[in-house]
Write a protein of this length. Structure first.
Length: 392
């Protein structure tokens, strides 16, 4: 019989609730079936189970990094014995006599049936103008800075909607960095760690002029576009300068349903993006609509003013321009545009790899307009959410 060993637990730092309990094991040739109290059946292959043994011989108790290499186990690996002890699955392996013990909450959370995998698939909360005007995530700066529970709620909303607004923040220059560091470190670019968005005589980007900015994502010229963009309003009594935002995921979904060939063109044909400064020259080539391994839209990459010459096969040139025209025309429709005038103390945060943003031209004859901005990568947002969820 396998002896219970209380030192076995999950390999990481997360806690797994036991919402369902395993009732029976069905042993197969290459896998076992775990039947749960709600009738769900999980199939776990023996290779997968051995690969994920959480014991201290297989996973470092110091770093929580894997020590065991599954390539050292035979492809024909099988259990000598498998049983449920309490709610835990315990296995004694043939050959080396290694013992593994699996937490029921961890097993259920990592079930890889089609049903379970579909349920775990993250779904963004896409929006048009009416939807976001009714449900724009708004939070108080002081609450978010002081309370981790509110920070977690803010970050989850930001993850799902791709946009949020903090009100009544300190308007002292540099405050933005303290806000960003509630998530993680700031990503530095050729525009600096914090960048001042205001009219400058030696501007190296249209953002640093009074000109209208068309809808775009920032730095599509980079292999990895910045994830979150922060825009902190310090002054804004100039005429004009309203911000316009569009959910690129919403546009992509509409195109996929109503203009499938245009959607296919923008998600398969590459575009070239150039950022040619006096002291730098960044370039990237890739599709405007990026899909993940399941075919879901994971990223939007658009900036008309940073496009390089189109370089696609001759028979695809007109097709690409037609698709590009469809996308831009949709983003210009009022039903998709959320317009907002920032006031001092407002801090707008949005997913730069999803939400396109624009700015109306402004006039400085009757006032000033000064924003500070910075970037934090999307990975940092997701990491911070997971760490907060461990204790809240």
């Amino acid at each position: 019989m396998i002896e219970n060993n209380a030192t076995f637990e999950t390999a990481g730092y997360s806690h797994y609730a036991v919402s369902h309990r395993p009732q029976r094991i069905d042993i197969g040739a290459e896998s076992l079936g775990l039947v749960w109290d709600d009738g769900h059946v999980s199939e776990f292959h023996y290779l997968w189970l051995r690969d994920n043994c959480p014991c201290s011989d297989c996973v470092s108790s110091l770093t929580r990094e894997q020590l065991f290499e599954i390539c050292d186990a035979p492809l024909s690996i099988r259990p000598l014995e498998a049983q449920l002890r309490g709610d835990y699955l315990e296995i004694l392996w043939k050959g080396d006599g290694h013992r593994s013990r699996f937490h029921p909450g961890w097993l259920r959370s990592h079930c890889y049936s089609d049903q379970a995998r579909a349920a775990r698939q993250w779904q963004p909360a896409i929006w048009d103008r009416a939807a976001i005007e009714a449900s724009l995530p708004r939070y108080e700066y002081a609450d978010m800075m002081q309370h981790d529970a509110i920070l977690l709620r803010w970050l989850r909303k930001l993850r799902d909607s791709g946009i949020s607004l903090l009100h009544n923040s300190d308007t002292t220059p540099g405050t933005l960095q303290r806000v960003a560091q509630r998530i993680s470190f700031v990503r530095e670019t050729n525009f600096g760690t914090l960048f001042d968005v205001r009219s400058k005589p030696d501007a190296n980007t249209a953002a640093y002029t009074t000109l209208r900015l068309p809808l775009h994502t920032d730095l599509p010229t980079r292999e990895l576009q910045p994830g979150l963009q922060f825009l902190h309003c310090l002054e804004n009594d100039a005429t004009g300068g309203e911000s316009i935002l569009v959910d690129g995921f919403c546009i992509a979904q509409y195109m996929r349903e109503q203009h499938p060939d245009d959607f296919d063109a923008l998600s398969s044909l590459p575009m070239d993006f150039y950022n040619k400064d006096r002291n730098s020259d960044y370039r990237f080539r890739g599709p405007a609509i990026v899909l993940d391994g399941q075919g879901a839209v994971s990223e939007i990459r658009f900036a008309n003013f940073l496009r390089g010459p189109l370089d696609v096969p001759p028979d695809q040139v007109v097709r690409h321009y037609r698709a590009y025209r469809t996308f831009i025309s949709l983003t210009r429709e009022a039903r998709f545009q959320f317009e907002y005038r920032l006031v001092p103390g407002d801090l707008l945060v949005f997913d730069n790899r999803r939400v396109l943003h624009a700015r109306r031209a402004f006039d400085l004859q009757q006032g000033q307009r000064h924003l500070q901005g910075c970037y934090v990568d999307r990975d940092e947002l997701l990491s911070r959410i997971r760490v907060l969820e461990r204790s809240l």
